[in-house]
Design a protein around this ligand. Sequence first.
Ligand code: HH2
Length: 269
Amino acid sequence: MGVLNVTPDSFSDGGRWLSPESAVVHAEQMIRDGADIIDVGGESTRPGAAPVEDSEELRRVMPVIEALAGRVKVSVDTRKEVVARAAVAAGATLINDVSATLWPVAAETGAGWVAMHMPADPLVMAQHATYDDVVSEVRDFLVARAEKAAAAGVEEIWIDPGIGFAKTAEHNLALLHRLDVLVGTGWPVLVGTSRKSFLGRIAGSPLEVSDRLEPSVATAAWAALEGAAMVRVHDVRPTRMAMELAGPTTRRPVAKGRSDRCDAVGGLA
Ligand code: HH2
């Protein structure tokens, strides 16, 4: 999944793809580089980010989704029902929902749905990074949401631990080290570590965003080898190369019971 932030303030690429023309050119490059899905977002959810008006988010994402739909699988990265509905009407087939609340929209429209773990709004989430056992708490939250969505009739459901969302570096690393716990639920797992600040911990000291390529690629390849069925990345080409070399499609553990949901959307094939 290639990240396409049509925002002025995203933490790593804010302002770079603000015009629809530049966003589409970048998406085309990511497709050539091997992205299977383009994830279009019009609101930054970095820690401390303020919410964006519905009309502004629509103005940012709609021309891009309209230009890409039909040429590649498009997901919309939104927390807003109105944006999700408009995006699906324009041809997006996946709702990447960091709020994990929009499954009724997916059920009604027939779109796929990503449930991501984010226990508090981005504006205040740094104060909510407290868990007794982050791995089991995130798993239980995601499984409960996925089951609700399945009961409502959503056919394509992904779970995502929400790396960097109300989590310390230790929480993020614990979730990555025990990805098998999420994979073992049988729901296909999506992981997004790309360019996130905790990666500095792997390097031993804080890293500028521009210096986070290697740990981004390493953690994406790790996630795939541990059984994640999709990774959300900014740097598609090096990630794709690493994953081809690591052989995730052949080595990843088969998800129990529900692997058909993963195969239905192509996985990493
Ligand atoms: N991370 C971000 C945004 N959306 N969606 C999913 N499913 N998983 C993630 O880990 C995830 C996500 C944050 O990254 P980015 O889009 O680069 O930054 P910003 O929120 O500042 O636009």
